[in-house]
Design a protein around this ligand. Structure first.
Ligand code: G16
Length: 547
């Protein structure tokens, strides 16, 4: 215990590259290790964020390399920046949805979450800093824009150099007027999940011999999944794999997709594999769902969860509305239509859902990038999606395959894939996007490989709650037969540019619902390539990752 806070003002210099992307500031670790780079960004957060409704800050991260060190620096800076209470996860650990929950529960003015999500970790890999506002959600564009402006002006930052807190032990430290509380990162989140889901029902499912494999990918979800799935829900020991968070995620990308969670996928494809497979990412907000012998795409998962949400206690009264990011398939739109619910189409980035959730006009949201969530927090939530799936399985007593196939029979199937072309030279990618944008007025009505363009537009979004406008959020090419291709540059990569090409083809059924995704999408790829020549423009024939 110390009585006084000693504020020291130290010199820094403006940086011109601290513009937060889709989800916070992400760079390579050595980039963050430059003198004052972390301090500059953190000072900008403290300068810009209003300390309302309280002077409490939530702090944690996904445990990746550099996490602990930055936690220490943020605490020392918070002490000198008018913060009265810091709630930090033990060991510096907090999953993104758990941090969002704590912000809301503790009426904090916000939270600093240290994570580069699904990007790899280690001394030469990625790190990230993200600020969430008092509603628990990622800072909206107005706030991140103001932070960026601040980072370009700062010449000094404030710190209490003498502050050191043991974050490895749960408990409270008083430093002058500042209280630092080290909390169990799992406890409050687990309570929230028990409030939302009928744990007895899921427990009975496991007791009946139902088997599951959850791959925590050596990332933050390990302790959460162990506590909730194995300890509270009685899933057999060993259900959670790779459950100990590691600074380098065991040398893997903690990205729950078919490339990086291949071992899980292979197990799920075995005839004697588990009944249900799932994985989460670096910071615990994404989810991967696989049934025995069948992969569930994130877009389909959103649609199935929305259609079946009433099977669980939190949503038994029905949903208010559904929201999806624009590149996500329109599978959820068909559910919304049948259920008579409003459907909102937002730009990529969870932050765009926050206003809709705050306003109470949507209950459930999802993105093609393996994110699903609801109004319980203001972030996507990997384990929540897994628990909702488990609740539906427990209630319907059918396999994932049967549920998915009956969903397609009822609503039709949106064959879907995302092709990522990674580490393209940034000028090459920018030039392609500019040329594509210039081409849009001429594309309407053109036909290639039997696909006729219905419309070609540059997606802009007007937030229905606050009227703010986000422009240039992806190029949409829609075809007369209901197919669609979207082009956009990723806002989360740290190397060159990543071009994402989102492909979707609708099959109403009743025939043609069990075809191969690749086969179904091939003619669409050829058609769009013939129309816009993207493969030649970027000099790549094959994507690096297909999800
Ligand atoms: C973030 C955002 C998501 C977005 C995803 C991919 O997720 O929160 O909303 O869909 O990035 O963005 P992009 O296509 O720009 O790379 P996460 O899990 O990385 O925080």
């Amino acid at each position: 215990m110390r009585d006084i806070v000693t504020i020291e003002t130290r010199q820094t210099k403006p940086f011109d590259d601290q513009k937060p992307g889709t989800s916070g500031l992400r760079k390579k670790v050595p980039h963050f290790q430059q003198d004052n780079y972390v301090e500059n960004f953190v000072q900008a957060i403290f300068d810009v964020a209003p300390k309302e409704p309280s002077k409490t800050l939530i702090l944690g991260g996904d445990g990746r390399y550099f996490n602990r060190e930055v936690i220490g620096r943020v605490i020392a800076m918070a002490a000198a920046n008018d913060v009265e209470r810091i709630v930090v996860g033990e060991g510096g650990i907090l999953s993104t949805p758990a941090a969002s929950n704590l912000i809301r529960k503790r009426n904090a003015f916000g939270g600093i979450i240290l994570s580069a999500s699904h990007n790899p970790g280690g001394p030469d890999e990625d790190f990230g800093i993200k600020f969430n506002t008092a509603n628990g959600g990622p800072a909206p564009e107005g706030v991140t824009g103001a932070m960026f402006e601040r980072t370009k002006q700062l010449t000094e930052y404030r710190i209490d150099p003498d502050v050191t807190v043991d974050i490895e032990t749960i408990g409270q430290t008083n430093i002058g007027d500042l209280i630092v509380e080290v909390v169990d990162p799992v406890a409050d989140y687990a309570v929230l999940m028990e409030e939302l889901f009928d744990f007895d029902k899921i427990r009975a499912l496991f007791a009946s011999g139902f088997t599951m494999a959850f791959d925590a990918m050596h990332a933050v979800t390990g302790p959460y999944a162990l506590e909730i799935l194995e300890n509270r829900l009685g899933a057999p020991k060993g259900t959670v794999r790779n459950g100990v968070p590691k600074e380098d995620f065991g040398g893997h990308h903690p990205d729950p997709n078919l490339v990086h969670a291949k071992a899980l996928y292979d197990d799920m494809m075995r005839s004697d594999g588990p009944d249900f497979g799932a994985a989460s990412d670096g910071d615990g907000d994404r989810n991967l769902i696989i049934g025995k012998g069948i992969y569930v795409s994130p877009s389909d998962s959103l649609a199935v969860l929305a259609a079946n949400a009433a099977h669980t206690k939190a949503y038994a009264g029905g949903l208010k509305g559904i929201a999806r990011s624009m590149p996500t398939s329109s599978a959820a739109d068909r559910v919304a239509e049948v259920m008579g619910l409003p459907l909102y189409e937002t730009p990529t980035g969870w932050k765009f859902f926050a206003n809709l959730l705050d306003e109470g006009i949507v209950t459930i949201c999802g993105e093609e990038s393996a994110g699903t969530g609801a109004n319980h927090v203001r972030e996507k939530d990997g384990l929540w999606a897994v628990l909702l799936w488990l609740s539906i399985l427990a209630s319907r007593k059918e396999s994932v395959r049967d549920i998915l196939q009956s969903h397609w029979r009822q609503f039709g199937r949106n064959y879907y894939a995302r092709h990522d072309f990674e580490a393209i030279d940034k000028p090459v990618a920018d030039r392609f996007m500019a040329e594509l944008t210039a081409m849009l007025p001429q594309l309407g009505g053109k036909t290639a490989e039997g696909f006729q363009v219905r419309s070609a537009t540059d997606f802009a979004y007007k937030d229905p709650v606050d009227g703010s406008i986000a422009e240039h959020q992806g190029i949409r090419i829609r075809f007369e037969n209901g197919s669609r291709v979207v082009f956009r540059l990723s806002g989360t990569g740290t190397e060159g540019a990543t071009l994402r090409v989102y492909l979707e083809r609708f099959e109403p059924g009743p025939d043609g619902l069990d075809r191969d995704v690749e086969e179904m999408l091939e003619p669409l790829i050829d058609a769009v390539d013939a129309l816009v020549g993207y493969r030649r423009a970027i000099g790549r024939m094959e994507p690096d990752v297909v999800t």
